[in-house]
Design a protein around this ligand. Sequence first.
Ligand code: 2NE
Length: 276
Amino acid sequence: MQWQPAGSYEDILFDLCEEGIARITINRPQKRNAFRPRTVQELCDAFSRVRDNPRVGVVLFTGAGPAADGGWAFCAGGDQSVRGDGGYLDESGLPRLNVLDLQRLIRSLPKVVIALVAGYAIGGGQVLHLLCDLSLAAENAVFGQTGPRVGSFDGGFGAGYLARLVGQRKAREIWFLCRQYGADQALAMGLVNGVVPLNQLETEGISWAREVLQHSPTAIRCLKAAFNAETDGMAGIQELAGQATHLFYRTAEGQEGRNAFLEKRPPDFSDAPWLP
Ligand code: 2NE
């Protein structure tokens, strides 16, 4: 795979390939890829650029590794060393929880996001992994929550959507006991789609991405919105409805309404059938 750097960032790497796959990598291995506000801003920028690039259909989202001490991580959550009294402090000292913006961006991205998890996916990092459409774990992957131990919690997707995936009992166990779970346990509880040897993680991710890219972009984006509509309340319904509006704009019927307005005449929808 020939990756081309697609931007210059401090905390992340962003690469594209000719085949329509993007790779976004959190690049703070010395902190087990914990995120600070800058990391999240950069991730939002890269994911936004993916959204606006019609040639890209799949994103591989991963963490750089190994660290100098040999440790691996997808992401160890919020960087506790910049956590102030009211949030994670950015470089101007403003307290932020901007990872929530990133969560919504990944969730509503009309493309497929595949998490490639090597090592720890912990705390807010485990929630980011959760929000990806598909997840592949390396055999060394470790999942878990620490919030109740470090004075934090994610009561949004991190609790509700986790429970949808693994069931209420397991979700409560994960949050209340703050244990760690290996790749095979994650597979058994439905947290990941597959487990592969560490040295095959990216190859397998690319292979899954290529399979997705053989399929209809419109079908995939409508399906993603449909899955979200079932779980995400009015925001989910808005996404699905937006896909319907996109499709309607492409019809002669939709275009007749626009044309009639611009031509200052009554619309003529007589060619549009009232289908069953
Ligand atoms: C991830 C874990 C289990 C890894 O353990 P280990 O033994 O492999 O590594 P170690 O030595 O703990 O960490 C290596 C270096 O990474 C830093 C450590 O401080 C250490 O640095 P040095 O002491 O060598 O300089 N590091 C790791 N995670 C960090 C973090 N989150 N913030 C800052 N530095 C970090 C182990 O490291 C661990 O348990 N990490 C903490 C996980 C955690 O509690 N994350 C925050 C949860 S809260 C959250 O993410 C959140 C939320 O709940 C709601 C909204 C937004 C965020």
